[in-house]
Design a protein around this ligand. Structure first.
Ligand SMILES: Nc1nc2c(c(=O)[nH]1)N=C([C@H](O)[C@@H](O)CO)CN2
Length: 118
């Protein structure tokens, strides 16, 4: 089964970073998610209750990052992956976090993790 629910380029403003000045400002993180999900049930029922609701996931991810205020992208990624598996029942996911302003000479920098099994 290779079905997924996707979120691409979710922009979240939060405190993040390891340097003192970064604890005094907010910066943008871009979130990409590919979450394994069997889409056959919502495909048959046309009922969002059967779906992995990408709007609900987006809201939860945003709230988590704004409360967490992590130092590292890696910490943010681990906490988000754990949350998505426990609260939404996602069995497998690929999560990419980008911090577009962090290295001025680069378009973006970031981390990617894969967690869980299909
Ligand atoms: N692998 C990582 N490297 C760095 C991170 C990070 O989150 N993961 N963060 C920083 C600083 O906060 C940086 O973004 C400030 O520009 C440096 N390296």
């Amino acid at each position: 089964m290779a079905d997924s629910v996707l979120i691409e380029g979710l922009a979240v403003e939060t405190v993040i970073g390891v340097y003192d000045w970064e604890r005094e400002v907010t910066q943008q993180i871009l979130v990409d998610l590919d979450m394994a999900w069997d889409n056959r049930a919502p495909g048959r029922s046309d009922d969002v209750a059967d779906a992995l609701d990408y709007a609900a996931v987006s809201e939860r991810v945003t709230r988590c990052l704004q409360e967490l205020k992590p130092q590292l992208l890696e910490r943010a990624a681990e906490v988000l992956a754990d949350l998505l598996m426990k609260e939404f029942g996602v069995g497998q996911l690929t999560l990419t976090l980008r911090k577009p302003g962090a290295v001025p000479a680069a378009r973006s920098v970031g981390v990617r993790i894969e967690r869980g099994s299909k």
